[in-house]
Every structure is written in structure tokens, then in C-alpha cells.
Design a protein around this ligand. Structure first.
Ligand SMILES: Nc1ncnc2c1ncn2[C@@H]1O[C@H](COP(=O)(O)OP(=O)(O)OP(=O)(O)O)[C@@H](O)[C@H]1O
Length: 319
């Protein structure tokens, strides 16, 4: 990945590289087991989408990583620190965008960001200037023309942009976002995706976000984690998950004025044979792999109908 600023100091990662490391995480609310054994790790600069049905425990997992919620069991490290005991210096390296954040109503946008930014200044390092300069930050989230407005007068989508600005003002090493694009219009969503790419590419920020938008997960994430049934049932890129769950690709082509379609688990071999046999007669060739939506629905369906067949083996990191 390229770096626009000087490289940040290495994160404390005593386990040999993971910025987030979760082993055997369990969470029980009263008598209800919500998380029954979650394991995953995230490397520096990775963008991870955490997916799962309503109530699967995504927010709970993120809150545990942020140090806002105490787990029932398991070992968790974020930047080498156990979140429940993280000090101010550790906290200053995190950025957090909660699902809904409705306070500071009387503040004006620029004043609030300026004020919050000062908290991070003592934690600046030569490689990681903190905070992001206020007007630059406001431009990054597309709020320049609203900089002097009171927060209570912002629309839902404008408020969401502000939430993101609050999350990144301290130029975090690790950014947690809980459904960051809920309520954003398509243009704002597109801008937000660009912003995440910039944070990951230029600042090497490690990003973990939840979403119910599978297109967004597919487009944005290096890796997708699916949380269901209290555990991680899939861990890999959208393409790896598609291969693992369905293994099928769809080949479409035209021949003698007819449009044809064929499902295969080896599209390359099929296309090679197709051309060997019919050569110039083939037109409009298209190979479509299973979408993340197809994969997700198939996985969740399998779980709901009790066909999961044990643990889903995580994929090796390829990058
Ligand atoms: N403070 C709490 N006390 C008791 N139960 C809770 C508490 N917080 C969450 N739960 C329960 O834990 C389960 C997981 O909730 P969580 O909010 O983590 O799910 P989620 O995957 O983020 O869901 P959604 O997609 O709907 O946001 C749900 O059944 C929820 O009702």
C-alpha cells in the first residue's frame, strides 16, 4: 500500500502482526448465550466487513473490542492491549463510529470537531500527526457548507457524516464503524467508500465495519466475516466465500442467434472447451461468479435448516 505521510510507528502486536486478535470470545447476557466462541484476527491496514443477521452479535463484538463491554470469556487484544484495561494513549489510537450517536445538539460542526481534535494532539507521533486539521476533516466528510450549523439542525445523513468525522478526527490506527452508511444517500455513500479507501491506503488504518449492505461489503472489504449462530461461520474475500459455498460460476454466451447459459465449477475449462469446439460461432461471452448475496443467503439458509455441517474453515490471508 502507498503512504502519503511518513510511515506510522509499528503497532504493538506481540502476536506477530495482528492488530486485532480474538480467541474463544464468548458473551452471555443473563441466561442468553449470544457469542459462543468467536475467533479471528485482523492485520494492519486490512478492511474487514462483519456481516450477520439481526441479533447475531455484531454490535456486541465491536463493543467488546472497543472496551465498552466486558466479555464473558475469551482472549481479546486490540493493538496489543486487552480492551477492558486500555489507557488513554491506547484509546486515542482508536476511532469509533457508533450505530447512533445523538448528542452535542447545541454545538456547531466546526467548533465540536475542533474541540474533540484537541484531545488527540498530545498523542501525535512524527509519523502520525494528530488531529486531522479541522477544515480538512470537514471537507473530507463533505460538510464544508454546513460547518457553522448547529448539530441539532443537521439532516440524518449530514449527522452520519459528522459521526464519521468524529470517528476519524484523531487519525486512528484502528477504526470501528457500526453500520456507518445507514441513512446515507447514494452520493454520500460513494464519498464515504472513497474516504475509507483513503484511510486504508494512505494512513494504513485498520478498519472493521458492520453492514447489512452486501454490495458495500463486497466492494469495500478485503475480507468478510460472517457471524451467525454465535460464531464466525465464514472468513475470506467475497470471491473465496463464493467458491467455498457454491463453487459454481455461470457462463453465458450467444451461438447461432441463441443465448445460452451453463453453470460449472470450472469456468476456465468449460470456456476452453467451448472455444475448441465452436470457435468463431461464440459471441457475447460472460462469466459470472456467485455474488456475495447468493453466498450469504446460501450460508444463512444452511444454518437455519441445520445443514451447516460443523465449523467453516477460515481462509488463509492471500495479500
Ligand atoms: N445490553 C443487553 N442486554 C441484554 N441483551 C442484549 C444487550 N445487548 C444486546 N443484547 C442481545 O444480544 C443479541 C445480539 O445483539 P447485537 O446488538 O450485538 O446484534 P447485532 O448483530 O449487532 O444486530 P443488528 O444487526 O440488529 O444490529 C440480541 O439478541 C440482543 O437482543
Amino acid at each position: 500500500m502507498t503512504a502519503a505521510t511518513a510511515p506510522a510507528p509499528a503497532a504493538e502486536t506481540p502476536d506477530g502482526g495482528a492488530v486485532i486478535d480474538v480467541r474463544g470470545l464468548r458473551m452471555r447476557y443473563g441466561t442468553m448465550d449470544v457469542i459462543t466462541g468467536v475467533n479471528f484476527s485482523v492485520h494492519r491496514g486490512e478492511v474487514i466487513a462483519l456481516l450477520g443477521p439481526n441479533g447475531a452479535g455484531k454490535t456486541t463484538t465491536i463493543e467488546i473490542l472497543e472496551g465498552f463491554r466486558i466479555r464473558s470469556a475469551g482472549d481479546v487484544r486490540v493493538l496489543g492491549t486487552e480492551p477492558a484495561t486500555g489507557d488513554e494513549r491506547w484509546r486515542a489510537r482508536l476511532g469509533i463510529v457508533l450505530q447512533s450517536w445523538r448528542d452535542h445538539a447545541r454545538w456547531r460542526v466546526r467548533d465540536l470537531l475542533d474541540h474533540l481534535g484537541r484531545y488527540y494532539a498530545p498523542f501525535a507521533t512524527p509519523g502520525r500527526p494528530r488531529p486531522i486539521e479541522t477544515d480538512k476533516l470537514i471537507a473530507m466528510v463533505g460538510l464544508t457548507e454546513h460547518a457553522n450549523r448547529r448539530i441539532s439542525t443537521l439532516s440524518g445523513g449530514q449527522r452520519r457524516r459528522l459521526d464519521v468525522a468524529i470517528g476519524i478526527v484523531g487519525r486512528p490506527d484502528v477504526l470501528f464503524l457500526d453500520e456507518p452508511t445507514a441513512g446515507l444517500d447514494p452520493h454520500a455513500r460513494h464519498d464515504f467508500h472513497d474516504l475509507l479507501h483513503r484511510l486504508s491506503d494512505f494512513d494504513d488504518t485498520t478498519i472493521l465495519f458492520t453492514t447489512h449492505d452486501l454490495n458495500e461489503a463486497e466492494k469495500m472489504a478485503d475480507r468478510i466475516l460472517i457471524l451467525a449462530d454465535g460464531r464466525i461461520v465464514a472468513d475470506g474475500s467475497a470471491e473465496q466465500l463464493a467458491r467455498r459455498v457454491s463453487g459454481q460460476a455461470e457462463v453465458r454466451w450467444s451461438q447461432d442467434g441463441e443465448f445460452l447459459v451453463h453453470s460449472t465449477d470450472d469456468a476456465t475449462a468449460f470456456v476452453r472447451e467451448l472455444f475448441a469446439e465452436h470457435g468463431d460461432e461464440i459471441g457475447d461471452l460472460e462469466v459470472r461468479r456467485t455474488s456475495l448475496e447468493d453466498t450469504y443467503m446460501a450460508l444463512v439458509h444452511r444454518l437455519e435448516t441445520g445443514q451447516s455441517g460443523g465449523d467453516v474453515v477460515p481462509f488463509k490471508r492471500t495479500a
